[in-house]
Design a protein around this ligand. Structure first.
Ligand code: ADP
Ligand code: MG
Length: 321
């Protein structure tokens, strides 16, 4: 559905231009969920934003993002406005990013339907109700004229998903869509998203820093660090045998199910050290400075991706086979 080839994104910063995405290649397929994981600052959100034409001001993108015969990277803003919210839609981490506090929710779900589909007021309202039922908002009919502040975090997130689904997009980008919610609700909403992807044949890019959740809800996983994909492959293959030390560190840092640390807002166990600033990334493997297995060669050049099994590759010189 979307094919990304050697995507580079350069940002302007106080320290000059820095390369935030360093050559990403992947594909989003119809009816499939591709999970993108990595610690904060690894470039996950920028990847999603590049796919929906919302990179920050001053950002430069190179490489290719193809969507149904179209090259998205060279598209002008008018073309993006026709595509965004219609063929490619996004669910944000904080639903208030997508919601307007001043308007009742039915009107906000109706807006893309009027804009892209030309529906009249009554038809758009009926469709809004259908969508709210579909994302299983309890008492949807009674809540059509509710304002966002009258809803709980979980209910607002359902409304955010309804808005994204309104025009039955081909591609759904979900950037940490449930991070602010408790573990039970996270599971339920991610399960729902995945079900909708399968039913409608959408392609979903699901972003999270929680490997456990992703293992449950993605068909394939892509592990990102320092603007690069360090490992990618079928979810089951990574769970059974992660090849990259960073992936294994993420797995080890994973909080136990139901543990205190898993609650929203609680501190997560972490990997020693922190993600270096973009401008300070070492020249070779971006993870080398934190990696217990790093040798001199790791710092000399970026390791090439090595195929460890069909469809499963990792960019590491120290792969355990
Ligand atoms: P993630 O979503 O994985 O936490 P991001 O994609 O948001 O990471 O950010 C990747 C890197 O790009 C970070 O180092 C971040 O500081 C930088 N970055 C993101 N957005 C901007 C921006 N608008 N201006 C400057 N730097 C940015
Ligand atoms: Mg992010």
């Amino acid at each position: 559905m979307i094919t990304v080839t050697d995507l580079h994104v350069t940002l302007r910063s106080a320290r000059g231009e820095v390369e935030a995405l360093r050559g990403l290649s992947f594909a989003l397929q119809r009816g499939h969920t591709l999970g993108l994981i990595g610690e904060s600052g690894s470039g996950k959100s920028l990847t999603a934003l590049a796919l929906i034409g919302l990179l920050p001001d001053g950002a430069r993108a190179a490489g290719s993002v193809r969507f149904q015969e179209r090259e998205l990277l060279v598209q002008d803003e008018a073309a993006w406005c026709r595509l965004r919210g219609d063929r490619i839609a996004m669910v944000f981490q904080e639903p208030m990013t997508a919601l307007n506090p001043l308007h009742p929710i039915a009107r906000q779900i109706a807006e893309p339907l009027r804009l892209h589909r030309g529906l009249g007021t009554a038809a758009a309202r009926a469709e809004a109700l259908r969508l709210l039922d579909r994302v299983r908002l309890a008492d949807a009919r009674a809540r059509l004229d509710a304002y966002p502040h009258q809803l709980s975090g979980g209910q607002r997130q359902r409304v955010g998903i309804a808005i994204a689904l309104a025009c039955a997009p081909d591609v759904l980008l979900a950037d940490e869509p449930t991070t602010a919610l408790d573990a039970t609700l996270q599971r339920e909403l991610l399960g729902l998203l995945r079900e909708l992807v399968r039913e409608d044949g959408m392609a979903m890019l699901l972003i999270s820093h929680d490997l456990g959740l992703m293992a449950e809800h993605s068909d394939e996983l892509m592990v990102m660090y320092g603007g690069r994909i360090v490992e990618a492959g079928p979810t089951a293959a990574l769970a059974a045998r992660a090849a990259h030390p960073y992936t294994r560190a993420l797995q080890a840092a994973r909080p136990r199910l139901g543990a205190q640390a898993h609650r929203a807002g609680a501190r997560l166990p972490t990997i020693p050290g922190s993600v270096p600033a973009l401008a300070d990334l070492p020249p070779g493997c971006p993870y080398a400075d934190r990696c217990a297995e790093a040798v001199e060669a790791c710092r000399a050049a970026v390791p090439p991706a090595v195929v460890v099994a069909p469809g499963h590759a990792a960019a590491c010189l120290r792969i355990v086979r």
